[in-house]
Design a protein around this ligand. Structure first.
Ligand SMILES: Nc1ncnc2c1ncn2[C@@H]1O[C@H](COP(=O)(O)OP(=O)(O)OP(=O)(O)O)[C@@H](O)[C@H]1O
Length: 349
C-alpha cells in the first residue's frame, strides 16, 4: 500500500536512451514507452511539428519520406546525443507519456548509456534528463544494465559476458564480482548493416533505396547463418540509369554475404574483449558463453555465427530489445544494492 502510494507520488523511471529506440520502464508498471528516437521538425525553424508531439512512432513514419518543408531527425548518433535541444524535447515528451504528468514529485531516474561516453557527454545526459522532468538522475553503462536485465549472476566470482547489439553501438563486457572486468564499445552496429544494404543494391542492381527500405530488407530477409529455407524479396527503388522506379529480386544468400562482412567486425570486437580477460575468466567463458541483447540479436542465425567464430556458447536473451531497460528498472527497484555502481552528477563522473 505504502509502496503504491510512494510510486504515485514519485514514480521511478528506468530509461534506455538508444540511437534507434528509447524505452522507459515505470517502477511497478513495466515498460510503458518503446518508441523510435526520432523527432519531426519544420525545416529551418527547428520547431517540433504537432506542437511538440511529432516524436517517436509518428515521426519515424516520416523518416526519408518528408516533403521539403519537414525533416525527420534522430537526436542521437552512435549512442550519444548529437543534438541536445532535440534530445531534451524528445525525452520530455516520452517522460510525460510515461508518467502521465500526474505525479507530485519528479521521478528518480536510471538511464543506460554507452560505456565509452565522455564526461562532457554524461553531463549532457544529466542535463537533458533533469530538464525533461526527471528528479535525481543516475547513469549506468548499457552493458551492465543489459547483464542485470538478463538476470546474469554478475555479482558472483564467475565470468558473465554480455553483448548488446544496438542500432548505433555494440557494447561488449565481461563482468565478475559486480565489476566490469573488460569492456569494449564499437560504432559498428545495426545501422551499418542498413548502409551496407543500400550500397549493395546501388552497386549490384543500380537501384537507389532508402535506409528504411534497407532496414526492412535486413529484418525480413537478413541472416547471419544458413537458413533452413532460403528466401527472396522484391525490393523497390529508383533506377540509377533511367531515373524511373524499378524493382529487383534479392535473395537471402546475397544479403547474408553483405551482412556477414559487417558481422566479422563485431565478432572481432567480441574476440578482443575475451582476449583481454584474465585466464581464469576465459576458462569460465568457455562454459558460460555470451548473452546477446539489443535489436541486432534478432538477426536470424547471429547466435550460431558468433558461437562458431568465438568457439563458445552464445545465447539470445528473451525479448532482447527490452533487456537493458528492464535492467535499469531492476536497479531502481533495488537502488541500495546497485547505487555504488551507478554514476550520479554529484560524483562518480
Ligand atoms: N529482426 C531484426 N533483424 C536484424 N536487426 C534488427 C531486427 N530488429 C531490429 N533490428 C535492429 O536493431 C537495431 C535497434 O536495436 P536497439 O533498439 O537495441 O538499438 P538502440 O538501443 O536504440 O541503439 P544503441 O544501443 O546503439 O543506442 C536497429 O538497427 C534495427 O534495425
Amino acid at each position: 500500500m505504502l509502496r503504491h502510494f510512494n510510486s504515485w507520488i514519485s514514480p521511478g523511471l528506468g530509461i534506455d536512451l538508444g540511437t534507434a529506440n528509447t524505452l522507459i520502464a515505470v517502477l511497478g508498471s513495466g515498460i510503458v514507452v518503446n518508441e523510435p528516437s526520432v523527432v519531426a521538425l519544420a525545416r529551418d525553424s527547428r520547431r517540433i511539428l504537432g506542437r511538440g508531439t511529432a516524436v517517436g512512432k509518428l515521426a519515424r513514419q516520416m523518416l526519408g519520406r518528408t516533403p521539403d518543408t519537414i525533416s525527420a531527425v534522430r537526436p542521437l548518433s552512435e549512442g550519444v546525443i548529437t543534438d541536445f535541444k532535440l534530445c531534451e524535447a524528445m525525452l520530455k515528451y516520452f517522460v510525460r507519456k510515461a508518467t502521465g504528468g500526474k505525479h507530485l514529485l519528479r521521478p528518480k531516474t536510471v538511464i543506460a548509456v554507452p560505456g565509452r561516453i565522455s564526461p562532457v557527454e554524461k553531463r549532457a545526459v544529466f542535463h537533458s534528463a533533469e530538464r525533461s522532468g526527471a528528479g535525481k538522475v543516475y547513469l549506468i553503462e548499457e552493458a551492465r544494465a543489459a547483464a542485470i536485465g538478463a538476470g546474469m549472476p554478475i555479482s558472483e566470482p564467475i565470468a558473465s559476458m554480455i553483448c548488446d547489439l544496438g542500432g548505433g553501438t555494440t557494447e561488449a563486457a565481461v563482468l565478475s564480482l559486480g565489476d566490469i572486468v573488460v569492456s569494449k564499445s564499437s560504432r559498428v552496429a545495426g545501422e551499418h548493416f542498413d548502409h551496407a544494404i543500400v550500397e549493395y543494391l546501388r552497386r549490384q542492381y543500380s537501384l537507389k533505396i532508402g535506409l528504411q527500405t534497407a532496414e526492412r530488407v535486413k529484418m525480413e530477409l537478413g541472416s547471419a547463418w544458413r537458413l533452413p529455407q532460403e528466401d527472396a524479396l522484391e525490393v523497390r527503388g529508383l533506377d540509377l540509369v533511367s531515373g524511373v522506379p524499378r524493382k529487383a529480386i534479392v535473395t537471402s544468400e546475397e544479403i547474408r554475404e553483405v551482412l556477414v562482412r559487417i558481422l566479422e567486425e563485431i565478432a572481432a570486437c567480441l574476440r578482443e574483449t575475451i582476449e583481454q580477460c584474465p585466464p581464469e575468466l576465459i576458462s569460465d567463458l568457455a562454459q558460460t558463453g555470451v548473452v546477446l541483447t539489443g535489436g541486432g540479436a534478432l538477426l536470424r542465425g547471429v547466435d550460431q555465427y558468433l558461437s562458431e567464430f568465438l568457439g563458445i556458447p552464445v545465447r539470445i536473451d528473451d525479448d532482447p530489445t527490452t533487456t537493458a531497460a528492464r535492467g535499469t528498472a531492476i536497479c531502481l527497484e533495488h537502488l541500495n544494492q546497485w547505487k555504488h555502481v551507478l554514476m550520479s552528477d554529484s560524483g562518480n563522473l
